[in-house]
Every structure is written in C-alpha cells, then in structure tokens.
Design a binder for this molecule. Structure first.
Ligand SMILES: CC(C)(COP(=O)(O)OP(=O)(O)OC[C@H]1O[C@@H](n2cnc3c(N)ncnc32)[C@H](O)[C@@H]1OP(=O)(O)O)[C@@H](O)C(=O)NCCC(=O)NCCS
Length: 162
C-alpha cells in the first residue's frame, strides 16, 4: 500500500465531499460549500491521501489567532487568517474500506510537518471521547470539554504545541 499525500486541489471537492459523507454522520459532515471554501482559501492546510489515484483520506483546517474554536462560521473559514498562529483541524477522515491500516497516523504526521513549515504554534482540534486516546498517541493533550454541542455530542478540545 503506497499512500501518496499531497495538498488538496479544487478538483478534489466532490471526492472529499463523498469521503465526509462516508465517515461522519449527516449533521457532522462538512457541506460541499465549506469543503470548496477550504480548498479555495486554504489549500496549504488541506491534505489528501491517495491510494491508486483515488482519495482515501483527508485532513482539512483553518488558521486563526483566536483560541476559541467552537465558532460555527469558522468552518466556512469566516475569520480565517492565513498567518494565524493556530491551525484548527476540522476533519480527519479515512475511507472506511481503508481504516485501521495506519493511514490516519501517516496523514497526521504529514499534517504536523506541514503546520510546522507554515510556522504555526499550535494545532487545535475537537474530538469525541472515544478518539482522545488516539490523538494523545499522536502528540495531542486534552484541554477540556468544549462549549461546542455540534451534532448534539460532547466534544473535547485537544491541542499540540509545535
Ligand atoms: C478516526 C479515523 C480517522 C482513524 O483512521 P485510521 O486510518 O483507521 O487510523 P489508524 O489506522 O492510523 O490508527 C491510528 C490509531 O488510532 C486507533 N484508532 C483508529 N480508529 C479508532 C477508533 N474508531 N476508535 C478508537 N481508536 C481508533 C488505532 O487503533 C491506532 O492506534 P495506535 O496508535 O495504537 O496504533 C477513521 O476511523 C475515521 O475516518 N473515522 C470517521 C471520522 C472521524 O471520526 N474522524 C475523527 C474526527 S475527530
């Protein structure tokens, strides 16, 4: 299995939208418009993993100087600043047929490198309790329970200082 990791491009909108739909419940998956905005405005923070030329994984993000990452509008990159000191992950998604093969780990390793190269100070993300251990093993620390009630769930804020 050779995973080719590259930055997302505008022509990836459809494939990434389909991937979101396969990996997140309907009320948590990013809408197509937001995926397009993220690719248009911040492709540096949007990586995709290809297997045999097909997108099998993605990580996408926005950047900000704010610490509050619960703002719903930010998901459509309202308030995004290319030069923000924090990079905020919106989605980590691996196609169900390729899960549990270490792809998320490879994608995150690359994302951390990309973020460092951009000079970011911190990566921030929200996750549910079941994935906290996974993110801890990827170098994240728990900040606490988030004010976000996105999709009616309890979310934990995690951060990694770069
Ligand atoms: C979560 C997800 C990204 C993991 O992708 P993956 O490629 O299967 O993960 P990997 O094979 O790289 O596994 C990384 C580690 O996480 C653990 N892990 C993977 N999926 C897990 C899950 N659903 N629950 C708990 N731990 C999990 C693995 O056991 C592995 O542990 P290790 O560090 O001891 O090796 C993938 O299951 C997915 O896309 N899920 C749906 C979308 C989602 O919930 N994304 C996260 C949003 S916060």
């Amino acid at each position: 299995m050779e995973l080719k990791i590259r930055n997302g491009r505008l022509e990836d909108v459809e494939a990434c939208f389909i991937l979101e739909g396969k990996t997140f419940p309907e009320d948590e998956a990013a809408c197509k418009e937001n995926i397009e905005i993220r690719l248009r405005k911040f492709a540096e923070g949007f990586i995709v993993g290809e297997l045999d030329g097909k997108i099998a994984a993605h990580i996408n993000s926005g950047s900000t100087n704010q610490e509050d990452i619960t703002d719903e509008e930010f998901k459509g990159l309202i308030g995004h600043e290319d030069g923000g000191k924090n990079i905020v992950i919106f989605s980590v998604a691996v196609d169900p047929i390729h899960q549990k093969k270490g792809i998320a780990k490879m994608m995150m390793k690359e994302f951390i490198e990309v973020s460092k190269k951009m000079g970011k100070e911190k990566i921030l993300l929200l996750c549910k309790e079941n994935l906290m251990k996974m993110y801890e093993r990827m170098g994240y620390k728990k900040i606490g329970i988030s004010a976000s009630t996105h999709g009616g769930a309890v979310w934990y804020e995690m951060e990694q200082t770069l």
